[in-house]
Design a binder for this molecule. Structure first.
Ligand code: PAF
Length: 253
Protein backbone atom coordinates (compact mmCIF):
# COMPACT_ATOMS: atom_id res chain seq x y z
CA UNK A 1 0.00 0.00 0.00
CA UNK A 2 1.37 3.38 -0.98
CA UNK A 3 0.63 6.45 1.13
CA UNK A 4 0.80 9.86 -0.59
CA UNK A 5 1.13 12.57 2.02
CA UNK A 6 0.82 15.27 -0.58
CA UNK A 7 -1.29 15.92 -3.63
CA UNK A 8 1.89 16.35 -5.67
CA UNK A 9 2.84 12.80 -4.64
CA UNK A 10 -0.54 11.42 -5.71
CA UNK A 11 -0.52 13.33 -9.00
CA UNK A 12 2.89 11.89 -9.82
CA UNK A 13 1.56 8.35 -9.26
CA UNK A 14 -1.80 8.71 -11.03
CA UNK A 15 -0.58 8.27 -14.69
CA UNK A 16 0.77 4.80 -13.86
CA UNK A 17 -2.83 3.62 -13.36
CA UNK A 18 -4.10 4.68 -16.79
CA UNK A 19 -5.84 1.77 -18.47
CA UNK A 20 -6.74 0.12 -15.15
CA UNK A 21 -10.04 0.56 -13.33
CA UNK A 22 -9.82 2.76 -10.26
CA UNK A 23 -12.27 2.72 -7.37
CA UNK A 24 -12.22 5.54 -4.86
CA UNK A 25 -13.42 5.76 -1.26
CA UNK A 26 -13.27 9.32 0.11
CA UNK A 27 -13.18 9.44 3.93
CA UNK A 28 -12.43 11.75 6.82
CA UNK A 29 -10.58 8.96 8.66
CA UNK A 30 -11.62 7.49 12.05
CA UNK A 31 -12.47 4.44 10.00
CA UNK A 32 -15.00 1.84 11.15
CA UNK A 33 -16.79 -1.19 9.70
CA UNK A 34 -18.97 1.05 7.55
CA UNK A 35 -15.85 2.29 5.77
CA UNK A 36 -14.47 -1.26 5.60
CA UNK A 37 -17.57 -2.35 3.69
CA UNK A 38 -17.03 0.45 1.14
CA UNK A 39 -13.36 -0.50 0.69
CA UNK A 40 -14.23 -4.20 0.42
CA UNK A 41 -16.79 -3.56 -2.31
CA UNK A 42 -14.35 -1.21 -4.05
CA UNK A 43 -11.68 -3.96 -3.88
CA UNK A 44 -14.02 -6.44 -5.61
CA UNK A 45 -15.08 -4.08 -8.40
CA UNK A 46 -11.80 -2.35 -9.33
CA UNK A 47 -8.18 -3.08 -10.14
CA UNK A 48 -6.86 -0.16 -8.09
CA UNK A 49 -8.37 0.90 -4.75
CA UNK A 50 -7.68 4.51 -3.71
CA UNK A 51 -8.80 5.92 -0.37
CA UNK A 52 -8.48 9.53 0.76
CA UNK A 53 -8.29 10.66 4.37
CA UNK A 54 -9.08 14.34 4.68
CA UNK A 55 -10.96 16.02 7.51
CA UNK A 56 -12.60 18.69 5.39
CA UNK A 57 -12.90 21.95 7.36
CA UNK A 58 -15.37 23.54 4.94
CA UNK A 59 -18.13 21.08 5.84
CA UNK A 60 -18.03 21.87 9.58
CA UNK A 61 -20.18 24.80 10.63
CA UNK A 62 -19.01 24.46 14.24
CA UNK A 63 -15.31 24.88 15.12
CA UNK A 64 -15.71 22.66 18.22
CA UNK A 65 -17.16 19.86 16.15
CA UNK A 66 -14.15 20.07 13.78
CA UNK A 67 -11.69 20.20 16.70
CA UNK A 68 -13.12 17.13 18.38
CA UNK A 69 -13.66 15.08 15.21
CA UNK A 70 -11.83 11.79 15.97
CA UNK A 71 -8.43 11.32 14.33
CA UNK A 72 -6.97 7.80 14.33
CA UNK A 73 -4.47 7.80 11.47
CA UNK A 74 -2.26 4.88 12.55
CA UNK A 75 -5.21 2.52 13.04
CA UNK A 76 -6.78 3.76 9.80
CA UNK A 77 -3.66 2.90 7.81
CA UNK A 78 -3.43 -0.52 9.45
CA UNK A 79 -7.05 -1.24 8.60
CA UNK A 80 -6.68 -0.07 5.00
CA UNK A 81 -3.60 -2.22 4.55
CA UNK A 82 -5.49 -5.26 5.87
CA UNK A 83 -8.36 -4.54 3.45
CA UNK A 84 -6.00 -4.51 0.48
CA UNK A 85 -6.15 -0.79 -0.40
CA UNK A 86 -3.49 0.18 -2.95
CA UNK A 87 -3.31 3.94 -2.57
CA UNK A 88 -4.00 6.23 0.38
CA UNK A 89 -4.10 9.96 -0.28
CA UNK A 90 -3.69 12.27 2.72
CA UNK A 91 -3.65 15.84 1.44
CA UNK A 92 -3.21 18.92 3.61
CA UNK A 93 -5.78 21.70 3.92
CA UNK A 94 -3.66 24.27 2.01
CA UNK A 95 -3.23 21.79 -0.85
CA UNK A 96 -6.95 21.14 -1.17
CA UNK A 97 -7.79 24.84 -0.71
CA UNK A 98 -4.75 26.63 -2.21
CA UNK A 99 -6.75 29.83 -2.62
CA UNK A 100 -8.80 29.45 0.52
CA UNK A 101 -12.44 28.58 0.12
CA UNK A 102 -12.69 30.53 -3.15
CA UNK A 103 -15.01 28.64 -5.52
CA UNK A 104 -17.86 26.65 -3.98
CA UNK A 105 -20.54 24.29 -5.24
CA UNK A 106 -23.92 25.55 -4.08
CA UNK A 107 -26.67 23.00 -3.38
CA UNK A 108 -30.02 23.71 -5.06
CA UNK A 109 -32.78 25.32 -2.92
CA UNK A 110 -34.62 21.97 -2.93
CA UNK A 111 -31.76 20.56 -0.84
CA UNK A 112 -31.86 23.28 1.81
CA UNK A 113 -33.83 20.89 4.02
CA UNK A 114 -32.70 18.32 6.61
CA UNK A 115 -28.88 18.53 6.76
CA UNK A 116 -29.01 21.45 4.32
CA UNK A 117 -31.23 23.41 6.72
CA UNK A 118 -29.75 22.29 10.05
CA UNK A 119 -26.05 22.47 9.17
CA UNK A 120 -25.57 25.67 7.17
CA UNK A 121 -22.70 25.25 4.70
CA UNK A 122 -22.41 21.49 5.23
CA UNK A 123 -23.69 20.33 1.84
CA UNK A 124 -21.78 23.12 0.11
CA UNK A 125 -18.56 22.02 1.85
CA UNK A 126 -19.16 18.35 1.00
CA UNK A 127 -19.98 19.00 -2.65
CA UNK A 128 -17.02 21.33 -3.09
CA UNK A 129 -14.51 18.91 -1.59
CA UNK A 130 -15.98 15.88 -3.38
CA UNK A 131 -15.79 17.70 -6.72
CA UNK A 132 -12.13 18.49 -6.01
CA UNK A 133 -11.34 14.92 -4.92
CA UNK A 134 -13.15 13.33 -7.87
CA UNK A 135 -11.19 15.57 -10.24
CA UNK A 136 -7.91 14.68 -8.51
CA UNK A 137 -8.46 10.94 -8.40
CA UNK A 138 -10.18 10.48 -11.78
CA UNK A 139 -11.72 7.22 -10.59
CA UNK A 140 -14.12 5.01 -12.52
CA UNK A 141 -16.27 4.52 -9.43
CA UNK A 142 -16.62 6.24 -6.05
CA UNK A 143 -18.30 4.63 -3.05
CA UNK A 144 -20.57 6.40 -0.53
CA UNK A 145 -22.68 5.04 2.35
CA UNK A 146 -26.46 5.42 2.52
CA UNK A 147 -26.27 6.50 6.17
CA UNK A 148 -25.49 10.01 4.89
CA UNK A 149 -28.48 9.76 2.61
CA UNK A 150 -28.82 13.40 1.58
CA UNK A 151 -25.07 13.67 1.07
CA UNK A 152 -25.20 10.67 -1.26
CA UNK A 153 -28.14 12.20 -3.12
CA UNK A 154 -26.56 15.64 -3.70
CA UNK A 155 -23.25 14.07 -4.75
CA UNK A 156 -25.05 11.82 -7.25
CA UNK A 157 -27.01 14.80 -8.62
CA UNK A 158 -23.88 16.98 -8.79
CA UNK A 159 -21.84 14.42 -10.73
CA UNK A 160 -24.67 14.12 -13.26
CA UNK A 161 -25.17 17.87 -13.65
CA UNK A 162 -21.42 18.51 -14.06
CA UNK A 163 -20.96 15.55 -16.46
CA UNK A 164 -18.35 13.95 -14.21
CA UNK A 165 -17.35 10.53 -15.46
CA UNK A 166 -16.99 8.83 -12.06
CA UNK A 167 -19.93 6.58 -11.29
CA UNK A 168 -21.32 7.07 -7.76
CA UNK A 169 -22.00 3.74 -6.06
CA UNK A 170 -24.44 3.80 -3.10
CA UNK A 171 -23.65 1.27 -0.37
CA UNK A 172 -25.98 0.07 2.42
CA UNK A 173 -25.61 1.36 5.98
CA UNK A 174 -23.59 -0.97 8.20
CA UNK A 175 -24.98 -1.35 11.72
CA UNK A 176 -23.74 -2.60 15.05
CA UNK A 177 -25.55 -5.68 16.33
CA UNK A 178 -27.76 -3.34 18.37
CA UNK A 179 -28.92 -1.60 15.18
CA UNK A 180 -26.88 1.57 15.77
CA UNK A 181 -25.53 2.83 12.44
CA UNK A 182 -21.72 2.78 12.29
CA UNK A 183 -20.35 6.30 12.57
CA UNK A 184 -17.01 7.83 13.50
CA UNK A 185 -18.94 9.90 16.05
CA UNK A 186 -20.08 6.80 17.98
CA UNK A 187 -16.64 6.66 19.60
CA UNK A 188 -17.40 10.00 21.30
CA UNK A 189 -20.32 8.43 23.24
CA UNK A 190 -20.01 7.01 26.77
CA UNK A 191 -20.84 3.27 27.02
CA UNK A 192 -24.30 4.09 28.52
CA UNK A 193 -25.12 6.60 25.79
CA UNK A 194 -23.96 4.14 23.14
CA UNK A 195 -26.37 1.61 24.53
CA UNK A 196 -29.20 4.16 24.54
CA UNK A 197 -28.21 5.27 21.00
CA UNK A 198 -29.24 1.89 19.65
CA UNK A 199 -32.86 2.95 20.30
CA UNK A 200 -32.47 5.58 17.57
CA UNK A 201 -32.69 3.05 14.72
CA UNK A 202 -35.32 0.93 16.46
CA UNK A 203 -37.63 3.89 17.09
CA UNK A 204 -37.21 5.23 13.55
CA UNK A 205 -38.06 1.81 12.13
CA UNK A 206 -41.03 1.06 14.40
CA UNK A 207 -42.90 4.37 14.89
CA UNK A 208 -46.18 4.72 12.99
CA UNK A 209 -45.35 8.24 11.86
CA UNK A 210 -42.72 10.91 12.33
CA UNK A 211 -44.53 12.65 15.20
CA UNK A 212 -44.59 9.36 17.09
CA UNK A 213 -40.90 8.83 16.31
CA UNK A 214 -40.02 12.28 17.63
CA UNK A 215 -42.03 11.78 20.83
CA UNK A 216 -40.45 8.36 21.49
CA UNK A 217 -36.94 9.68 20.86
CA UNK A 218 -37.50 12.64 23.21
CA UNK A 219 -38.90 10.30 25.87
CA UNK A 220 -35.59 8.41 25.77
CA UNK A 221 -33.45 11.52 26.25
CA UNK A 222 -32.57 12.32 22.62
CA UNK A 223 -32.57 15.97 21.62
CA UNK A 224 -34.28 15.82 18.24
CA UNK A 225 -33.17 18.16 15.46
CA UNK A 226 -35.50 16.74 12.84
CA UNK A 227 -37.48 13.69 11.81
CA UNK A 228 -38.58 14.04 8.17
CA UNK A 229 -39.94 11.81 5.44
CA UNK A 230 -38.62 12.30 1.93
CA UNK A 231 -37.36 10.24 -1.00
CA UNK A 232 -39.20 7.21 0.43
CA UNK A 233 -37.09 7.38 3.60
CA UNK A 234 -37.64 8.47 7.19
CA UNK A 235 -34.56 10.55 8.06
CA UNK A 236 -33.56 12.00 11.43
CA UNK A 237 -30.84 13.86 13.28
CA UNK A 238 -30.55 13.75 17.08
CA UNK A 239 -28.10 14.69 19.80
CA UNK A 240 -27.03 12.50 22.67
CA UNK A 241 -24.42 13.69 25.19
CA UNK A 242 -23.79 16.56 22.77
CA UNK A 243 -22.89 14.11 19.97
CA UNK A 244 -24.86 14.52 16.75
CA UNK A 245 -26.14 11.31 15.17
CA UNK A 246 -28.03 10.84 11.90
CA UNK A 247 -29.79 7.82 10.47
CA UNK A 248 -32.47 6.91 7.95
CA UNK A 249 -34.70 3.93 7.19
CA UNK A 250 -37.25 3.12 4.48
CA UNK A 251 -40.60 4.64 5.55
CA UNK A 252 -42.25 1.82 7.53
CA UNK A 253 -45.40 0.41 5.84
O1 PAF B 1 -18.91 11.23 4.49
C1 PAF B 1 -17.77 11.72 4.68
O2 PAF B 1 -16.91 11.13 5.33
C2 PAF B 1 -17.44 13.08 4.10
O3 PAF B 1 -18.55 13.91 4.10
C3 PAF B 1 -16.79 13.02 2.70
C4 PAF B 1 -17.74 12.43 1.68
C5 PAF B 1 -15.52 12.19 2.76
C6 PAF B 1 -16.43 14.43 2.23
O4 PAF B 1 -15.54 15.05 3.11
Amino acid sequence: MNVSNSLAGWRARRPAFDGRSIGFVPTMGALHRGHSSLVERCRIENEIVAVSIFVNPSQFNDANDLARYPRTLDQDLELLESLGADEVIIPSVPEVYPNGYRFRVEPPPSDLVLEGAHRPGFLQGVMTVVLKLLNLVQADRAYFGEKDYQQLKVITDMTQDFFLTTEIIPCPTVREESGLAMSSRNMLLSPEARCNASRFFRILSAAANRAEARAALEAHGFIVEYVEERWGRRLAAVHLEGVRLIDNVPIPK
